[in-house]
Ligand binder design. Structure first.
Ligand code: SF4
Ligand code: SF4
Length: 481
């Protein structure tokens, strides 16, 4: 807001007026520190329509995700309980933790770069919180309670039949949708097959999964019924990062103050409504504020609460159409672009982040491509000593874990690197590791007594499949002194 316009509005002297005063409070908290409930006006316009398409595609993908298989593996599985993680059909075992972490760091740098260029457009258009809040829960609310004015009226009226029916119906549908989302989240944790089994069982036979689904559903119900925009304003860590990620060159939802100020209502003339002499294009209708789901006034400039949902852009464009002015008074633009009227420029910061991202992505792809297909861990069985066999051989017991990261079954054979030196006796069946599975077991290594004397020999095992040596694993052998 220009100083003169603000002064005119508030009646304050220019000396008293603080253009940054709006930063002293947040739109959702009143002077007593109590939560102010936001009743955003239902948005309309081409961006809102485009957002609906994006949102419903994302929701369809989210619910279809657990059913989509790549090489027999789910698209995404985050099984924290069994420490099994699948991303795009690739299994990440605990042994691949470094790859998982690198993938996370690469993704984080991508988010940073994306935010430096496009601000919080992710939040407004593709974040699950916003998608469900604005495109599912809020739309149910508009359908049952009406637009902002009717919602406000309903909220202020005493409890009567209408209020009980409307609120009850809304909460019932909210609970139902929360339950569906809770089940979808569970499908990403335990897999769709396990979830199907769990759903068919009585809760008493399946307390674990049943309780988790209930906890997730209750959490979503609380978030979408009560917490709402507070999740984006006060809780989301990504939202908190905006202060350090955004620069004056970032493309964000912006009010063109150069064009809009000084703002002022249109005045009636003989030729109809006209902008007063000397005023900018903003007619101070406050539609941009009325549609904002976080309750802010974008005309104050970029704010932490702005999730870049673009509802204010639609609102302002509709007003500009009505008053016969060009659209885009509120648009996606950088602060520098608005002030200098120059197009978006690639900054050294963007180049630096891009270089880091390229480097990380290259290392990640190289490591993924060179990831061993079989990973073996062999350890001497804890708490065991050597055993003396009848023929004078000395044996040690070992446990093995073999992870098969490929899509084929592997018949596995463990050999000692020095075949003259010992023999391996597998306990149980022959080792065949099914695709994308983990095989565990026990075997004995026998060494001739003369080779086994002394504490802790280094032993080298070789893992073979048919005539192909897959890898070598070192461990110890404990013999008599
Ligand atoms: S200011 Fe505009 S883009 Fe930002 S949250 Fe409010 S309506 Fe959405
Ligand atoms: S909708 Fe546009 S014209 Fe109306 S107050 Fe907001 S910026 Fe000004």
């Amino acid at each position: 807001m220009s100083a003169s316009a603000a002064k005119k509005k508030s009646g304050q002297s220019l000396a008293e007026w603080d253009p940054e005063a709006f930063r002293d409070s947040i739109a959702t908290v009143d002077a007593q520190g109590k939560r102010k409930w936001i009743f955003p006006k239902k948005p309309e316009g081409r961006l809102y329509n485009a957002r609906k398409i994006v949102a419903y595609l994302c929701i369809a993908l989210l619910f279809a995700g657990p059913f989509i298989k790549i090489n027999g593996q789910p698209l995404l599985l985050l099984n924290i309980i069994e420490r099994k993680f699948v991303i795009m059909g690739l299994i990440f075992w605990p042994q691949d933790f470094h790859l998982f972490m690198l993938a996370m760091v690469t993704f984080f740098v991508f988010i940073v770069l994306f935010t430096v260029i496009f601000g919080r457009i992710w939040c407004g258009w593709t974040c699950p919180q916003t998608i469900f809040m604005e495109m599912v829960f809020r739309r149910i609310e508009y359908w049952i309670e009406g637009d902002a004015a009717q919602q406000r009226r309903l909220s202020e009226m005493p409890w009567n039949e209408e209020k009980i029916l409307k609120r009850g119906g809304k909460l019932f549908l909210f609970a139902l949708v929360s339950l569906v989302i809770g089940n979808a989240v569970m499908a990403y944790i335990i897999g769709i097959e396990e979830l199907e089994k769990a759903v068919l069982l009585a809760p008493t036979e399946n307390w674990g999964s049943f309780s988790f689904v209930l906890i997730f559903s209750a959490l979503f119900f609380f978030v979408f019924t009560y917490l709402r925009e507070q999740a984006c304003i006060a809780i989301c860590p990504y939202g908190r990062l905006q202060g350090v990620l955004l620069s004056k060159e970032s493309l964000v939802v912006s009010y063109d103050h150069v064009r809009g100020e000084p703002r002022g209502r249109m005045t009636k003339t003989d030729e109809g409504l006209k902008t007063a002499e000397g005023n900018g294009d903003c007619i101070d209708c406050k539609l941009c504020v009325a549609v904002c789901p976080t309750g802010i006034d974008i005309r104050h400039g970029t704010q932490l609460e702005c999730i870049n949902c673009t509802a204010c852009m639609d609102g302002c464009d509709s007003i500009m159409d009505k008053v016969g002015k060009a659209r885009g008074l509120v648009r996606i633009a950088s602060h520098t672009g608005i002030e200098t009227k120059t197009p978006f420029k690639v900054t050294p910061r963007i180049i630096a982040y891009s270089a880091v991202l390229l480097l990380l992505a290259t290392v990640l792809v190289t490591l993924l491509a060179s990831r061993s297909s079989i990973e073996t861990t062999i350890l001497r069985a804890p708490g065991t000593l050597f055993q003396t066999q009848e023929e004078g051989w000395i044996s040690n017991m070992y446990t093995y874990e073999i992870v098969n990261k490929t899509m084929e079954s592997y018949p596995i054979e463990v050999r000692v690197a020095d075949p003259e030196g010992g023999r391996v006796r597998i306990v149980g069946q022959q080792m065949v590791v099914p695709p994308q599975e983990l095989a565990k077991g026990v075997f004995f290594l026998d060494l001739p007594k003369e080779k086994a004397l002394g504490q802790k020999h280094k032993i080298q095992f070789e893992i073979w499949s048919g005539d192909k040596k897959l890898e070598e694993v070192s461990t110890n052998f404990l013999g008599p002194l």
